[in-house]
Design a protein around this ligand. Structure first.
Ligand code: CMP
Length: 138
């Protein structure tokens, strides 16, 4: 099924200058960017985006990290885009990410893990609307 998912290239990957390499990973697996925006998240925007993690012990650290430098936010479109992007990203903990995945190549820890990707159709709907409110979500 043709789907859309939200991806974020996180501040650690932007600092490492691997934006191009990560987008190449997406394109070479049939995940086509249909919207891209580079931006610096405010603390309030990062907190709203990760609101489901508000009670987690890593919430403060995660939102500080996500506001530590610019990010690239993308909507990717492709067959089974949500699941395929999760596979392409690799495990959340970069140290456990499978060889060939984006996190194995560019992540350094569980927090500095290079990329984010929506984990379900409901999350993708929320996350795409969060960053691209003008986008047609039907
Ligand atoms: P992401 O896919 O963006 O979704 C939530 C983020 O929280 C996750 O990637 C990690 O960057 C971060 N995260 C998840 N678990 C932990 C943890 N145990 N310690 C620190 N950060 C975490």
């Amino acid at each position: 099924m043709l789907e859309r998912t939200l991806a974020i290239i996180k501040p650690d990957a932007v600092k490492k200058q691997v934006i191009g390499d990560i987008i190449k990973h997406y394109e070479s697996t049939g995940l086509h960017p249909v919207s891209i925006q580079m931006m610096s998240l405010t603390k309030r925007v990062a907190e709203g985006f990760y609101a489901v993690h508000r009670e987690r012990p890593f919430f403060e650290s995660l939102t500080s990290f996500m506001t530590s430098g610019p990010v690239v936010v993308l909507v990717l479109e492709g067959e089974d885009a949500i699941k395929r992007n999760r596979t392409l990203m690799g495990a959340t903990d970069s140290a456990k990410a499978e060889p060939g995945t984006i996190r194995a190549a560019h992540g350094t820890s569980i927090e500095e893990n290079a990329v984010h990707g929506s984990d379900s159709p409901e999350t993708a709907h929320f996350e795409i609307g969060y960053f691209f409110p003008a986008m047609d979500l039907t």
